[in-house]
Design a protein around this ligand. Structure first.
Ligand code: CIR
Length: 265
């Protein structure tokens, strides 16, 4: 089996801006501290670079408080990129800010364009064999259908699944660990969407670390979830822990902070 779902030559990040204190959140647990978020962000970028990948750091966008969460703006595949239509009004314009960067790296960039189509990158889990997309408060059936159409001639199959109620994005509750293996909260795995995959559960009480990323030879996960970390280490994964206290206040995690890809050709 290939490893294209987690071997990447490039990543794109965006610096958090001072407007981050206006970022969206399901429950208000206080504003994020920009200085501490910057420290965590630097450590995250250093971890990505430690694998040999080229990491582009885009300038902050004051007009878009949540724009540090670049993952929601695009789906990056080997054959091309698809620009999303983020499903909340304050974030819709973020995709247009990202598009020019992807058009310089990819020969093909396509666009979710339907006026009724909404889809956030955080609802998309690309595995070795398929693209799972969770319907959520941000991603609707029209957005998923449009994505399926746009990537069909690139050889990708889209499967519509469900993001559990009360969970922001599908990948808030799961991550790809390798070509066969998914890290998932027990709640999401119980929906049956990972039939055929090997599933490792987050430890009880550590559901908030389900959003990790496999990036080349490392698994980057939020710091402070020791039982899940120890389980992943025992399973043979090379785990890096990154502070996520500030992004967590805005329901953000490890996947949200980057676009990860290897453009062909
Ligand atoms: C939002 O509500 O859109 C942001 N505060 C968090 C986005 C997190 N992104 C992601 O999970 N891909």
């Amino acid at each position: 089996m290939t490893e294209k779902s987690f071997r990447f030559t490039h990543a794109i990040t965006r610096r958090p801006s001072a407007s981050i204190i206006a970022g969206l959140r399901a429950v208000d647990t206080g504003n994020p501290d920009l200085a501490l978020m910057q420290v965590h962000h630097h450590a995250y970028i250093a971890a990505l670079r430690s694998t040999g990948a080229q990491v582009l750091e885009l300038a902050e966008l004051e007009a878009f408080p949540d724009s540090v969460f670049v993952e929601d703006t695009a789906l990056c595949l080997p054959q091309g990129a698809v620009m999303m239509r983020p499903g909340t009004p304050t974030r819709l314009g973020e995709a247009a800010e990202m598009a020019p960067h992807l058009t310089t790296l990819y020969a093909q960039v396509r666009y979710i364009a339907g006026a009724d189509s909404y889809i956030d990158g955080g609802d998309i889990l690309t595995t070795e064999t398929e693209i799972l997309v969770g319907k959520s408060a941000r991603t609707n059936a029209a957005g998923i259908a449009e994505l399926a159409h746009l990537v069909a001639d690139w050889g990708h199959t889209v499967r519509e699944v469900f993001t559990p109620p009360g969970v922001l994005h599908f990948k808030t509750d799961c991550s790809l660990l390798d070509a066969q293996t998914i890290l998932s909260t027990p709640k999401l795995a119980a929906t049956g969407c990972f039939a055929g995959y090997r599933v490792l559960h987050t430890a009880p009480g550590e559901e908030a670390c389900a959003n990790a990323i496999r990036f080349n030879d490392i698994v980057i996960m939020p710091a402070g979830f020791t039982a899940t970390r120890d389980m992943l280490v025992a399973e043979g994964y090379n785990v890096r822990e990154i502070g996520n206290s500030e992004c967590a206040k805005l329901d953000g995690g490890m996947s949200c902070l980057s676009l990860r890809f290897s453009p062909k050709g």
